[in-house]
Ligand binder design. Structure first.
Ligand SMILES: [Zn+2]
Length: 618
């Protein structure tokens, strides 16, 4: 996924004084929250449909019709049966010859695009704006409104003088007073939205098959936006296999985690591009959506097994971002997405980063060690279990189970159902490893070891005496592939970087780069671009787009030649934005036998995994 925008989702923002950041020192075992329906007071309902923007600003759409009996439904309730190929175009508006505009840039970062539009509007005293092209995932920045091409050409000449080399003329329709469509064979249909539905609930759109209906929307530029209105679960079925290939990553629990994250993302971002007639785009900017052909039996099973489940905090769906590979540690959301401050995942260590070494004493059997630590010596073997049970019921012995976060000195950080727990290790803590099922009795704890090779997210059980862990048991079998983060290295010459930077900052003439801030995971979150006459600061994911890097987790080293900077060496690891669930990490956790809830809690912290009600009509 690419960048995120708050948009309509702003209504969820309040957010938890995140319980996940609280450091609870464990006393007695707390009741475990059971995933279930969110409280009746919660405003969240699952939408019946997600409207996916597939293409924008078309002059005409050819529709291949149809696999089964189909009809066009107009906004006024009129229905027209259709059969065979036909075309649709926006109805010419009343006295609207269209306007000529200058397209200055097409950028991946929404905020860079908006800022550029504001700068252009100020410096040229002309109307400027940015609009997402749903098919490419790029934000087009356009300026001016000219009645004819000649005037647009003149303005282009002036822009060129000011350093804008790559400007072309686009024609937009004028805003319509009476929007409508012209459908071949039917004629004019009034309204802004037109829906093609079929009995088989499958439609062919731009050469691909989709479940649900085709919707056409006349946008503010009097052009057609092409939308697939898909039932929510069908939408998720067509996202999960593209986002986490079930053949490449065949672990059901990881696929289930992906399904819950994708569903949450869609529910939260519903209505984001309402003005454009759709909720969500189909590119990596949102979630990649493959349509019916992308479906796969294994991801279908994962979607069905988690049907309707979303991640909820403070009564609303969370900002369920996910990233391909995090390089060993995920980042706090607002470091990468400055507009999402306080409103999303905090950072977590990832299994990709390797093991968290836990070193302790090793000896005896678990019961012997615990009895000794309790000051109970000379207990005969057949009485040992009973004495330990008694110690537990008195509260002298406590058991805490959770998933390993990290080890901070002698403080063991665990997460249980997303809640962070910190357990101090006793100086003589024993370590054991077991393949016994979680919840196995203390008499069946496996073998003592001197060090544990536990990865972040692994299941760990600590036995506390006097508030300190006297015994730690690693319960996750280390099966599956070796976790590893894959490093990358790139060289960019000064001239190529200059050119890239000019797209967002025309006339800057880049001279050097200066890192102004790094997040807890090491990601660059603020960068100064020093130009010949001025400097600009860029933050968050925009840095990655601007420099065209796989990740913000990067070291930048200038390399000089002939006395000046010839270019930069960029070395980093991870691929994606580094926030939320790490997809490769989820796969590796599932390989180690962890469940989808544990995976989600590991990366998203204190969230409920709930199944809200459905919207009426679904
Ligand atoms: Zn990772």
């Amino acid at each position: 996924m690419g960048e995120r925008i708050r948009g309509v989702a702003g209504r969820w923002i309040a957010v938890a004084g995140l319980a996940a950041t609280a450091c609870l020192l464990l006393a007695a075992t707390r009741p475990v929250p059971v995933p279930g329906p969110v409280p009746a007071s919660a405003p969240t309902v699952l939408p019946a449909e997600i409207r996916v923007g597939l293409a924008t600003d078309l002059d005409l759409l050819d529709v291949s019709c149809c696999e089964s009996r189909s009809w066009l439904a107009a906004e006024d309730g009129a229905r027209h049966e259709v059969d065979g190929r036909f075309s649709v175009r926006p109805a010419p508006g009343r006295a609207s010859p269209g306007v000529h505009r200058l397209q200055v840039a097409a950028l991946r970062d929404r905020w860079q695009a908006e800022r550029l539009a504001v700068r252009l509007a100020e410096s040229l005293a002309q109307e400027a704006d940015s609009v997402l092209d749903a098919a490419t995932g790029l934000y087009r920045v356009r300026v001016g409104r000219y009645g004819d091409r000649e005037r647009a050409e003149e303005a282009r000449g002036r822009l060129r003088v000011e350093g804008f080399d790559d400007v072309w003329i686009a024609v937009e329709g004028a805003v319509l007073e009476d929007p409508g469509f012209v459908v071949e064979g039917i004629g004019r249909i009034v309204g802004r939205r037109l829906r093609l539905a079929s009995e088989g609930a499958v439609v062919d759109i731009l050469g691909r098959r989709y479940r649900g209906a085709l919707e056409l929307f006349v946008n503010d530029r009097a052009r057609l936006n092409v939308v697939n209105a898909a039932p929510l679960e069908d939408y998720v079925r067509a996202v999960v296999p593209v986002e986490l290939g079930p053949d490449l990553y065949p672990e059901l629990e990881a696929t289930k985690a992906q399904a819950v994250a994708a569903r949450t993302y869609a529910v939260r971002h519903r209505g984001e591009w309402d003005d454009e007639g759709y909720d969500i785009c189909a590119t990596p900017l949102c979630q990649v959506y493959g349509g019916l052909e992308a479906e796969h039996p294994r991801s279908d099973a994962a979607v069905a097994a988690t049907s309707g489940e979303i991640l909820v905090a403070s009564g609303g769906p969370i900002e369920a971002l996910y990233t391909a590979s995090c390089g060993g540690r995920t980042e706090l959301v607002d470091r990468v997405f400055p507009r999402l401050a306080g409103d999303g995942p905090t950072g977590a260590l990832c299994v990709e980063g390797g093991v968290v070494p836990l070193v302790g004493a090793a000896g005896g059997t678990p019961e012997q060690h615990l009895l000794e630590a309790l000051g109970l010596t000379g207990v005969r073997e057949r009485r040992r279990a009973e004495r330990l049970d008694r110690a537990r019921s008195r509260g002298a012995l406590q058991v805490v189970a959770g998933n390993l976060g990290q080890l901070d000195g002698r403080l063991l950080h665990l997460r249980r159902d997303g809640v962070r727990l910190s357990v101090p290790l006793a100086p003589e803590a024993d370590l054991m490893t077991t393949e016994a099922p979680p919840g196995g009795s203390p008499t069946n704890l496996g073998v003592p070891v001197g060090a544990l090779a536990a990865a972040p997210g692994d299941r760990v059980r600590a036995y506390l005496i006097g508030g300190r862990a006297a015994l730690v048991v690693h319960e996750t079998p280390a099966r599956g592939g070796q976790p590893r983060a894959v490093p990358w290295s790139l060289w960019r010459s000064r001239s190529s970087l200059r050119e890239a930077v000019e797209k967002s900052f025309p006339g800057l003439a880049l001279v050097s780069l200066r890192v102004l801030g790094r997040g807890g995971s090491g990601r660059v979150f603020r960068l100064e671009l020093v130009g010949e006459r001025r400097s600009v600061e860029v933050d968050g994911l925009a840095i990655r787009w601007l420099l065209d890097l796989p990740e913000n987790l990067v070291r930048m080293t200038p390399e000089t030649g002939a006395g000046e900077v010839a270019g930069w060496r960029f070395e980093g690891s991870g691929r994606g934005h580094g926030v939320g669930m790490c997809q490769i990490g989820a796969y590796l956790m599932a390989q180690r036998g962890l469940g989808y809830r544990e995976i989600l809690w590991h990366y998203y912290g204190a969230v409920d995994i709930g199944r809200p009600g459905s919207a009426p009509g679904s």
